[in-house]
Design a binder for this molecule. Structure first.
Ligand SMILES: *Cc1c(COP(=O)(O)O)cnc(C)c1O
Length: 415
């Protein structure tokens, strides 16, 4: 067993690559020819491994999936065109009308919107405060049957940390699929497998690729879930080894039939970005600690939300479970000093941090959320998610820490 970065850097070379190439080549072919027609039959009948058609798999994407499986210490991974395509695959491929889902109320905005669509299709969704396992337990139902519990590790943007260990225990005891969106922590800081999650989801657009130049998503099966307990697996999928039932059904229904596949060019970009992810994350996390310490003590700042701060309610669980606290935090400017126009003035005074959405990028990005990414859902739902109208989210990049501190200190000199 080699370390995280050594494994990512050398994984492609574990299988034969043409000409000794150090990268898996970008395979652009959509279809695959067989000299012996028997092989063609066998590949289509799952008797032999091989490629059929680009939508269902491609060697460049397989190489990336293999890296992601190793990063998550899982058994199999499946890549998608974006993180949302991966999350959207869950209800599409694994749930049926009449099923019930329990979701953390503290969610990435588009996931929250997606659950509204799911509810319209007859899969009911209950939202709970997932920082306490009791709330999940209270929401479990037999009819309709709760089939899936979905949480984010650190919620975007208010940084609530789900009660991961206890939710994992509850789901394992009840045979319920526990799905963790690991995007905010990444497999470098946390393995959902460690708390009994069945599936770990990562947006590859964020810190794993890291350069803001490619979209992608992934679901990894951690290997802890017994798929025989899950009633929604199709008969033909049950002919495969049981540990692959989940990923195989996701691949068939969400990637093959629905077409949410990643492109080989995108897979290549993501694989290159992933080589440096551990280095970038270390720098981002240490920058975030310095920036949040400065802001928490600043007279023009009224609140800072970051699991690394001792006054964060989930600081102890974050310390126990994650190897660092991530690079996303949110904060509020002092109200007396900062009506809306002052927020704009503050943002416009920043010279390095960029007013933009997105997170996990090399560059520091900052965005007030109620006016932008959480605008569509309205004030009532924002309040239920713990999002105040003046909340500002920051995704901290890899700039030199002194430059970031100076930039924020200068921009905060208002009154
Ligand atoms: C960005 C994000 C997603 C969606 O990923 P895309 O690749 O942008 O589709 C899902 N969950 C979380 C927590 C995210 O931050």
């Amino acid at each position: 067993m080699t370390g995280f970065t050594t494994t990512i850097l050398h994984n492609d070379r574990q299988s034969l690559i043409e000409h000794g190439s150090l990268h898996k080549p970008i395979h652009t072919s959509v279809t695959y020819g067989y000299d012996d027609a028997q092989d063609l039959f066998d590949v289509f009948q799952n008797k032999k491994s091989g490629y059929r058609y680009g939508r269902q798999g491609n060697p460049t994407i397989t190489a990336l999936e293999d890296k992601l499986t190793k990063m998550e210490n899982g058994v199999a991974s499946l890549c998608f065109a974006s993180g949302m395509a991966a999350i959207g695959a869950l209800p599409l491929a694994l749930l049926k009308a009449g099923d019930h889902v329990i979701s953390s109320a503290f969610l990435f905005g588009n996931t929250s919107n997606l659950w509204q669509t799911t509810a319209d299709l007859g899969i009911s969704v209950s939202y709970v405060d997932a920082t306490k396992v009791e709330n999940i337990a209270a929401a479990l139902t037999l009819a309709p049957a709760t089939r899936m519990v979905f949480v984010e590790t650190i919620a975007n943007p208010r940084t609530q940390v789900a009660d991961l260990e206890k939710i994992g225990e509850l789901c394992q005891a009840r045979g319920i699929l526990f799905v963790v969106d690991n995007t905010m922590t990444s497999p470098y800081l946390f393995h959902p497998k460690a708390v009994g999650a069945a599936l770990s989801i990562n947006s590859l657009t964020k810190v794993i690729s890291g350069h803001g130049d490619v979209l992608g998503g992934c679901i990894t099966d951690t290997g802890v879930f017994d798929w025989r307990k899950f009633p929604n697996i199709a008969d033909n999928i049950q002919k495969q080894p049981v540990e692959l039932w989940g990923i195989s059904q996701l691949r068939a229904k969400a990637v093959r039939d629905f077409g949410a596949c990643l492109s080989p060019e995108a897979a290549h970009h993501i694989a290159i970005g992933a080589e440096t992810m551990a280095l970038r994350i270390e720098r981002q996390c240490s920058n975030t600690v310095q920036l949040t310490d400065m802001l928490a003590a600043h007279p023009n700042v009224s609140a800072v939300y970051y699991p690394g701060l001792k006054n964060h309610p989930e600081h102890p669980i974050a310390t126990k479970l994650f190897s660092a606290y991530g690079s996303i935090f949110s904060f509020e400017l002092k109200k007396s000093n900062a009506p809306d126009s002052n927020c704009i003035a503050f943002l416009n005074r920043l010279k390095i941090a960029i007013s933009a959405t997105h997170l996990g990028d090399n560059r520091t990005l900052i965005i007030p959320v109620a006016q932008t990414i959480f605008f569509e859902m309205g004030a009532e739902r924002r309040a239920a998610m713990g999002i105040s109208e003046s909340l500002i989210r920051v995704s901290v990049g890899i700039e030199e820490p002194a430059d970031l501190l100076t930039d924020f200190e200068h921009a905060l000199e208002f009154n």
